[in-house]
Design a protein around this ligand. Structure first.
Ligand code: SF4
Length: 329
């Protein structure tokens, strides 16, 4: 086969800089704003108009003035952008970019569980982490992100129990810091679940004097070794506030290193690896495979072709009300 010919089913290799220029041009030509999550590839973050965590991006989505939004992240995030912008076209580079955490809580299962709790005399409100489908959001009372969870939980009346879905680790952490008893849904994120304590301790030993910053989606065994626990935006602000150069071990999705290095170049950031493979190498488990579907090519193709698109669903109205009262007020 001749060098340079595309292989069936594979994308040809394109220069990232050419792609970034093409994306900039297409954004203007197609009247599109790009929103990108901290967990997508750094080059995509560099061509985006807004970059942030789920809370910041949900709020940013309400300020967009173009007729199209391209959401570089995962499906539930693009759904949130659509429900807040019903009149706009909302695109996502790959419809298969799901989320293991969101998928661990299906709406039909949640509905059945809530009905069972009510039938057994529980007086509760349901608080959902933003990493849930719009169908699940339409069944709950409150939505939280790691950035606003404490404030929202304080708004749940003290005489009510709290059913927290779907992340058991975040729920356990929030229960500890707020003192509220919670019924926890047994979901977890495949990326944060896999961090190994041994790897973290090895990284600490190899980087004396370093500080561990961890996302609250990590299991308790990791959080108990963390010096700072917070969502991605909170971690970013935490390291920016320190002027003296420092080494941080970062226990969250590895692409988070990119915005941290941009925001606080005085520091050194070391991603906490996932588990060791049988050959003794560190696997790439700290990369989210769903976020990784957001390639520069996929973003360019999506801009150029105007698809895939997030279609409006009947339950978006109810979900939007819950999102708006939880995240926009
Ligand atoms: S990192 Fe985890 S929670 Fe975030 S999108 Fe990927 S699977 Fe979902």
């Amino acid at each position: 086969m001749s060098v340079g010919l595309p292989i069936a089913g594979q994308e040809t290799c394109e220069d990232p800089l050419d792609l970034m220029e093409e994306i900039d041009r297409l954004k203007k030509e197609t009247d599109t704003t790009i929103l990108a999550h901290y967990y997508v590839d750094g080059e995509i973050q560099d061509v985006a108009d807004f970059v942030g965590d789920s809370l910041k991006l949900a709020r940013d989505a309400t300020t967009v003035t173009t007729s199209r939004i391209l959401f570089s992240g995962v499906h539930f995030m693009a759904e949130t952008a659509k429900m807040l912008n019903p009149e706009k076209t909302v695109l996502i580079p790959d419809l298969n970019a799901g989320c293991s955490l969101a998928e661990s809580c299906r709406p039909e299962d949640l509905k059945m569980f809530q009905d069972d709790l009510r039938a057994n005399g529980h007086n509760f409100e349901t608080v959902a982490y933003i990493n849930t489908s719009a169908a699940v959001k339409s069944l709950v009372d409150w939505i939280v992100t790691s950035g606003n969870a404490r404030e929202i939980i304080d708004r749940v009346p003290a005489d009510k129990e709290i059913l927290f879905v779907p992340d058991q680790h975040l729920g356990r952490y929030l229960s500890e810091v707020t003192g509220r008893k919670m019924i926890l849904w047994p979901g977890s994120c495949m990326v944060h679940e896999i961090f190994s304590v041994q790897d973290l301790l090895r990284a600490k030993r190899n980087n004396p004097g370093s500080e561990v910053v961890a996302h609250p989606e990590c299991p308790h065994s990791i959080l108990e070794h963390a010096d700072f626990i917070g969502g991605t935006e909170a971690i970013r602000k935490h390291v920016m506030a320190v002027a003296e150069p420092h080494t941080y071990l970062v226990a969250t999705e590895a692409n988070m290193i990119h915005p941290l290095e941009k925001a606080a170049p005085q520091h050194r950031f070391v991603p906490v690896p996932g588990v060791m493979t049988s050959t003794g190498e560190t696997c790439a488990c700290n990369r989210c495979p769903h976020m990784a579907l957001n390639t520069l090519q996929a973003v360019r193709n999506c801009l150029r072709d105007g698809k895939p698109e997030i279609e409006w669903q009947p339950f978006f109205d109810k979900a939007r009300d819950v999102v708006a009262k939880s995240l926009l007020k």
